[in-house]
Write a protein that binds this ligand. Structure first.
Ligand code: BGC
Length: 326
């Protein structure tokens, strides 16, 4: 197994696993060259931040002061700030160095996000490490500290296609998500604040189910998301917990995701149509799937959601493990 990481955007640009027929299969979506990664509208492989996912109207308030971010997304015409703004962490240059821990090699990337960058308050010092160990686990870990209170939600945004062929749909992949509840949204894809049971809905992945089985069902959250684009509620727990398992029956490949975060956004690549990719390909919709571990969308505006404000003296810590088997 081999992974590639780029200082541009702290991106995971390639995940190769052994394949009996082809030598290697590339199971994450990406581009052939830097030009592709610079454009990267779908956020392939990205380290997304300072606040990944959406903030309603791009507005939040901390300690009585209101902040306005650029609004760079508008589902159903309703504006929001998405994935860190116009030039988020996926578009900046990080400083990379080789690291080693207990015989496992990795890359540590650091970035200083200045006070006011993309409208966020506070100087933020961030480091992201990627390790690849002998258990075929990609361990992605983020630490960040700020000198002023700031919203934070840093997300790993790799798109998986376990067939190794970005022209194939992911609808045949089987998914398990150990969540009994999800966060319903308004038409603008902003959570209402409620937590709804997945029972008796197409969002029930408590037992393995093919993604394509119910994706076209007449169910309002699926219509709003143009497919799956929902945050699932994971059990609260400080240590790593299971966030989801993706299995591709034809190849026998499996991805298991573990995290210390309270949520996982399932996104089935519903807007990929027409976007470019490797080997000159133009993607269709639903040829990649993201399991984005994270805090809840719009958490800075929802006191009932887990805290998403990092304060001076505190350390933000997000750890996610992506384990491959074949
Ligand atoms: C979001 C989608 C969005 C996509 C952009 C995902 O994380 O959930 O709503 O369209 O990112 O690539």
């Amino acid at each position: 197994m081999q992974v590639k990481i780029s200082e541009f955007g702290a991106l995971l640009t390639s995940v190769l696993i052994p394949d009996h027929a082809e030598g290697h299969a590339n199971i994450s979506l990406g581009y052939d060259d830097l030009k592709g990664w610079e454009q990267n509208d779908p956020y392939f492989g990205a380290t997304v931040g300072r606040f990944g996912n959406r903030i309603a109207n791009g507005v939040f308030e901390i300690d009585g002061k209101t902040y306005q971010l650029a609004t760079n997304n508008a589902p159903a015409g309703i504006p929001c700030a998405l994935h860190g703004g116009k030039r988020g962490f996926n578009k900046v240059i990080w400083k990379g160095e080789a690291v080693e821990k207990n015989g496992t090699c990795g890359v540590k990337l650091t970035y200083h996000s200045p006070d006011g960058e993309e409208g966020y308050p506070g100087n933020l010092e961030i480091n992201v490490t990627y390790f690849l160990n002998d258990e075929n686990e990609i361990i992605w870990e983020v630490e960040a500290r700020s000198d002023a209170p700031t919203p934070i939600n840093i997300i790993q945004h790799t798109y998986w296609n376990l067939s190794g062929d970005a022209s194939q749909s992911i609808l045949d992949h089987e998914l398990t998500i150990p969540a009994t509840h999800f966060l319903p949204t308004c038409a603008g894809m902003i959570p209402t604040g409620e937590q709804s049971p997945v029972a008796d809905t197409p969002l029930d992945f408590l037992t393995p189910s093919p993604i394509g089985l119910r994706i076209e069902e007449d169910f309002e959250p699926l219509t709003l998301g143009c497919g799956y684009d929902h945050c699932f509620v994971l059990d609260e727990q400080d240590s790593l917990k299971h966030a989801g398992t993706l299995h591709h029956p034809p190849s026998g490949r499996t991805l298991t995701v573990l995290t210390n975060q309270p949520g996982v956004q399932l996104y089935t690549g519903n807007h990929l149509e027409g976007t470019p990719g490797r080997n000159g390909i133009t993607h269709q919709n639903r040829v990649g799937i993201c399991l984005e571990t994270q805090n809840f969308p719009d958490a800075p505006n929802k006191p009932e959601f887990p805290n998403a404000i990092l304060r001076p003296g505190e350390c933000y810590h997000h750890k996610t493990v992506m384990k491959l088997s074949w």
